[in-house]
Design a binder for this molecule. Structure first.
Ligand code: ATP
Ligand code: MG
Length: 253
């Protein structure tokens, strides 16, 4: 069900169960499992060695987040193409399978939104519509046929992304996403940390960061600069993506 244009989501005082949020508040888009497999997205029927590595990543992330009472995680990398979006989606799927919580994945890579393209071919309403005031969040969220997973897609690339990411509008949106439903876990698919000041601008909105490192591509110097930019306090881990010479695709340090 998609509420009408301009509708507000129910007030915070109204008791809402997670299931209701997914299945009544959020419209569903059925996605062909073949599409997911082609794009290396883990599916229940897939016996992929990467899945085991994502479980390790999931458990490590969950332990660190729970120990600190955190529920918002920004996923970034040093440069473009390191695997941020794919890691975000697969981590979210793995989290949604394990938890009784809703996991929301939000595309905050405003310059190069690509999250939706992993899941659907058609243009779906997204962040740029919201930021232009043309759509409510209720109209943008969708469930991709995976239980407890909700997607907040991007759509058109936007200029002045760092100004937008540090704006009160985005701050209020993130506040709403993370507090409206207390048992929700929010993952943000972010731009590369060294590509500009977007990640810095958005940093106050997240509890923690995960850094995706591309094996053989991310240089030591980029890694050093990424660590420096993110700050030791917010960085909870590093994912080695496209790891060469190991059975699993991912390792976690
Ligand atoms: N572990 C992996 N094994 C093989 N291919 C991968 C892996 N991770 C990502 N890729 C591929 O690398 C490409 C870039 O991945 P992805 O879109 O996740 O990167 P990104 O860091 O989000 O890029 P951008 O900065 O453009 O947003 C995609 O074609 C994706 O399928
Ligand atoms: Mg991406």
């Amino acid at each position: 069900m998609s509420p009408g244009r301009g509708d507000r989501e129910p007030s915070r005082s109204a008791p809402i169960k997670t299931r209701d949020v997914v299945y009544q508040q959020t419209r569903g888009i059925e996605i062909d499992p073949r599409r997911l497999r082609e794009r290396r997205i883990i599916t229940p029927s897939m016996h992929d060695p990467a899945e085991a590595a994502y479980k390790v990543l999931r458990t490590t992330v969950l332990q660190k987040m729970r120990a600190n009472g955190w529920n918002t995680l920004g996923v970034t990398g040093a440069r473009q193409g390191n695997g941020k979006t794919l890691t975000t989606i697969n981590l979210a799927i793995s989290l949604a399978r394990e938890m009784n919580q809703t996991v929301l994945v939000a595309d905050f890579d405003l310059c190069h939104p690509a999250l939706a393209r992993y899941l659907v071919d058609e243009r779906v309403p997204g962040m740029s519509d919201y930021l232009r005031g043309e759509r409510s969040i209720s109209e943008i969220l969708f469930n991709p046929g995976i239980e407890r997973l909700v997607i907040l897609p991007g759509n058109e690339p936007m200029a002045d992304s760092s100004e937008k990411l540090s704006s009160p509008l985005v701050r209020d949106l993130v506040g709403e996403l993370k507090t409206r439903y207390p048992d929700r876990f929010v993952l943000f698919d972010l731009p590369p940390v060294l590509a500009g000041d977007d990640v810095m601008a958005f940093a106050p909105n997240v509890d923690a960061f995960l850094l995706v490192v591309e094996d053989g591509v991310t240089t030591k110097e980029d890694l050093r600069r990424a660590y420096e930019t993110l700050g030791a306090t917010k960085l909870i881990g590093t994912v080695l993506n496209k790891a060469q010479g190991v059975h699993e695709t991912y390792a976690y340090t």
